[in-house]
Write a protein that binds this ligand. Structure first.
Ligand SMILES: *Cc1c(COP(=O)(O)O)cnc(C)c1O
Length: 377
């Protein structure tokens, strides 16, 4: 049986929630399951925020950027090492992304570089409209520093928390509560899934109202269809929300399992030349995917040697995100950093980390990796 990187992991509650939606014929468009899903996420986050259920995390980012009034000619500063869905909406709006490197101590956005560049940009009167840091592999960015910088320079802060629902940071604040807004994703490979979906979390009521308006084709109040702004069909279906609602009941146990998987890999595979993603003090990551780097000069094998060997045994693993400034689409875009992200991409591998993986399956992954590392090279 194939071992996957990260699969949907149902609990059994989801089907009950979907059946409730069917029984009341709230199959479409909106309905009580969607309201309950939004409420359940808000309650989980335990903060003074508004939640808007949308068709994807990317849609949530698109609408946050609309709420920030990002448009042609604006710059948006982003972590280069991230998933395309966390960047593309910048281009949908005709704005230009500027890419930033990671801090080797956390593998999340390097706030020192951001601070320096904000000072330069401010002096030259070319501040960005917004900054989008990514909670990489489920680890919260340094929000204390970023929130202070954003407030100081009057720049919007939108946190990409697509991978970090269930994580926490300074003073136990939950990931997904930072900045002006945060985006969550319930795509099939995330910690929990609604089969597909996203939530825009924001502390601004106007942003939540605007997002709901834009996500339902921007219909002005009138008996006929009246439009004075450009909208989208971005609302989350009530059936998908029902699945998400069932998954919320098991969120904490899913995160606990992913963390357990990370620790088991770490206990079994730690040796010189293998580095696990660090977790700075005070942060609690979801460990969405166990991310490691393999230094071929110390281990005698490359990341690709390990990935291809695992594939031969029907085990799926994947390189870390390819930094956006290295993508053909973004050739020539400005990048600030020393290539920490480039080195993580060259040597980095995500190991199978699904919460439904059994100990036996994980032992198999560990066994094959140990074997290739022990072979004389
Ligand atoms: C999954 C993901 C997204 C996009 O979420 P979708 O729901 O798939 O649109 C954005 N950013 C990051 C970092 C992600 O991992």
């Amino acid at each position: 049986m194939r071992i996957y990187l990260s699969r949907p992991h149902m609990s059994g509650n989801e089907e009950k929630r979907v059946a409730e939606a069917f029984a009341s014929n709230f199959v479409a468009p909106l309905g009580p399951q969607l309201d309950a899903f939004e409420a359940s996420v808000r309650e989980y986050l335990n903060a003074d925020v508004h939640c808007v259920g949308l068709s994807s995390g990317s849609a949530a980012l698109h609408l946050s950027l609309r709420a920030s009034e990002v448009g042609p000619g604006d710059e948006v500063w982003v972590s280069s090492m991230t998933f395309a869905g966390g960047i593309f909406p910048v281009n949908y709006l005709g704005a230009t992304p500027r890419f930033f490197d990671l801090d080797p101590k956390s593998w999340t956005l390097d706030t020192a570089i951001i601070a320096e560049e904000l000072a330069n940009a401010s002096a030259e009167n070319r501040l960005p409209k917004a900054i989008i840091p990514t909670d990489l592999y489920g680890q919260s960015v340094d929000l204390d520093s970023l929130e202070k910088l954003a407030a100081h320079y009057g720049v919007r802060l939108i946190v990409d928390s697509a991978e970090s629902l269930g994580a926490s940071f300074q003073e136990g604040r939950k990931a997904g509560t930072g900045g002006d807004a945060a985006i969550l994703s319930f795509n099939g490979n995330k910690i929990i899934t609604s089969s597909g979906g996203g939530i825009l979390v924001t502390r601004h009521k106007e942003w939540a109202d605007k997002a709901r308006f834009l996500a339902t084709q921007a219909r002005d109040p009138a008996p006929h269809y009246e439009h004075s702004s450009l909208g989208y069909n971005y609302r989350l279906s009530n059936i998908c929300a029902a699945i998400g609602l069932g998954q919320m009941e098991v969120l904490d146990s899913r995160v606990a399992r992913r963390r357990e998987i990370f620790i088991r890999y770490q206990n079994n595979l730690s040796q010189s030349g293998i580095t696990f993603m660090p977790e700075p003090e005070g942060l609690r990551s979801t460990r969405w995917l166990t991310a490691i780097t393999i230094d071929p000069t110390q281990t005698g094998v490359t990341r690709e040697d390990i990935r291809n060997m695992l594939l031969e045994h029907q085990i799926e693993s994947r390189p870390l995100w390819k930094p956006m400034h290295l993508q053909p689409l973004y050739a020539g875009t400005t990048y600030h950093g020393s290539g920490v992200d480039e080195r993580l991409f060259t040597d980095g591998l995500c190991l199978p980390s699904g919460s439904d993986m059994t100990d036996e399956q994980q032992d198999e992954v560990i066994h094959h990796i140990k074997k290739i590392l022990e072979k004389p090279h």
